[in-house]
Design a protein around this ligand. Structure first.
Ligand code: SDX
Length: 428
């Protein structure tokens, strides 16, 4: 459905179509703007720019709403499991019991990696940051699975999607084991997705490892909370990389690289480091002052969001999961939890944070929870990447299957030097 908008530029009046979505803001289609006016739009952080049309995820930042294919995150996290959310993101509908069984089996049947990949890890230092290993190893999947890199073939697109969802836990666990100097643990197909991952991370050859079902459920729910999130920085990176026709493994590696930044997925690691630096409740005012000081680059990690100007709905569910995990692992007295709860209370009543609409985001409580599960801080963003792979690949697939799809190629506002002639070095 389209309306019209008129843009006046000098003595030109240009009519631009306005398109309406199912819900959410309308968009002004500026595709023909440059042709008609010779001018570009300018929006460096994409604060007012829709980069694509999508049916996958909807966020209402003012209402604190997150839905996948129309289903609220609260219901998916409470009632379903991660592989059900994967099916929903990929296929657009919740699976029937038969479809779910088939999908779970297909994913389980692809969870091993090519044995040659185990040699690949040996090229890294043991103390390399796990995200550096993930970028390299996932990108290298294209060297092992070139029979699912023809993006024009729908069957190969789905095989690559299933392979990535299935193998990310195995690669993430191998990254962790390599980091801590322990032998790799193979997946076991009588365990579900999250339980398999916890066992691959924490089992050792010397004794049986029994997965705690409370922790496996918490891990699965954490994956659901991180599965997809509209056109965030890393998803936009995956879409842009995919628009050139790059293979899906290379695109997901690009997404992992972007997610690593502390302003994005790296915030969970940065947030826990910040809580440890604050250390005790009495130092909170000092850090709130730093966060508000324009001359201090310090930011309250785990707070604020480009879209959410209300509570991030994932943060509420993550806080509940934090309590469950701390209880199940005997860390209910974790001093960092006290610091986090007190910090949230102070920040939510502070005029600066209220005025700038800064609320805890998904990363604020995830660090405390992941540490209680036994992961080192350096693994936090790896877990985010593991979960977000299904979102990235679903958005990638949607982009490839969009008939209007073209290579993404933004323009610029040029403010550099006008034309000037070369000067010989002897005359400079
Ligand atoms: C994720 O996009 C997604 O959907 C991402 C994500 C996903 O699932 O994919 O949700 C995951 O990345 C969550 C965000 C994790 N990042 C952090 O927790 C890092 C800390 N947060 C900030 O760096 C910041 O809030 C961002 C990056 C999240 C958002 O930045 P914006 O939208 O560009 O906002 P901004 O930097 O322009 O800030 C607006 C104002 C500024 O003050 P003024 O210049 O207007 O005076 O708010 C201030 C900022 O200084 N501000 C903060 C702050 N975040 C913003 N001040 C203190 N502490 C903060 N955390």
């Amino acid at each position: 459905m389209t309306d019209k908008s008129t843009l006046t530029l000098g003595d030109m009046n240009v009519e631009l179509p306005v398109r309406k979505g199912t819900i959410g803001p309308d968009v002004i289609d500026i595709g023909a703007l440059y042709k008609h006016t010779g001018a570009f739009t300018y929006d460096p952080g994409f604060t007012s720019t829709a980069s694509c049309e999508s049916k996958i995820t909807y966020i209402d930042g003012d209402e604190g709403v997150l839905m996948h294919r129309g289903y609220p995150i609260e219901q998916l996290a409470e009632k379903g499991d991660f592989l059900e959310t994967c099916y929903l993101l990929l296929y657009g509908e919740l699976p029937t019991a038969a479809q779910k069984k088939d999908f779970d089996t297909r994913v389980l049947r692809h969870n091993m990696v090519h044995e040659q990949m185990t040699k690949f890890f040996n090229g890294f230092r043991r103390d390399a940051h796990p995200m550096a290993v993930m970028v390299g190893t996932v990108g290298a999947m294209a060297a092992f699975y070139h029979d699912s890199t023809d993006i024009a073939d729908p069957h190969q697109r789905m095989v690559a999607s299933i392979r990535l969802i299935a193998k990310m836990p195995t690669i993430a666990a191998m990254t962790y084991k390599y980091h801590v100097g322990q032998p790799f643990v193979y997946p076991k197909n009588d365990l579900d997705y999250a339980a398999n991952f916890l066992r691959m991370c924490f089992a050792v050859p010397c004794e049986e490892y029994v997965v705690n079902p409370v922790l496996a459920r918490a891990m699965d729910r954490i994956f659901i909370l991180h599965a997809d999130h509209e056109q965030n920085a890393s998803t936009s990176t995956v879409r842009l990389a995919g628009s050139s026709g790059a293979n899906p493994f290379a695109c997901i590696a690009a997404g992992i690289a972007c997610l690593w930044g502390p302003a994005h997925g790296g915030a969970n690691e940065a947030c826990l480091n910040m809580l440890e630096e604050i250390g005790t409740v009495d130092r909170i005012p000092e850090y709130l002052a730093k966060a508000k000081d324009k001359n201090d680059p310090f930011r309250l990690m785990g707070f604020g969001h480009r879209v959410y100007k209300n509570y991030d709905p994932r943060a509420k569910i993550m806080q509940k999961t934090m309590y469950e995990v701390l209880e199940a692992t005997g860390h209910s007295d974790d001093p960092l939890m006290q610091v986090a709860l007190e910090l949230e209370k102070h920040a939510l009543s502070d005029p600066y944070f209220i005025e700038k609409k800064l609320y805890p985001n998904v990363d604020f409580y995830s660090g405390i929870t992941l540490r209680a599960l036994g992961f080192p801080t350096t693994m936090f963003t790896v877990l985010f990447a593991l979960a977000r792979t299904v979102g990235w690949i679903s958005q990638w697939k949607e982009m490839i299957e969009d008939p209007a799809q073209r290579i993404g190629r933004p323009r610029q506002l040029y403010t550099g030097a006008a034309k000037r002639d070369y000067v010989d070095i002897a005359k400079r």
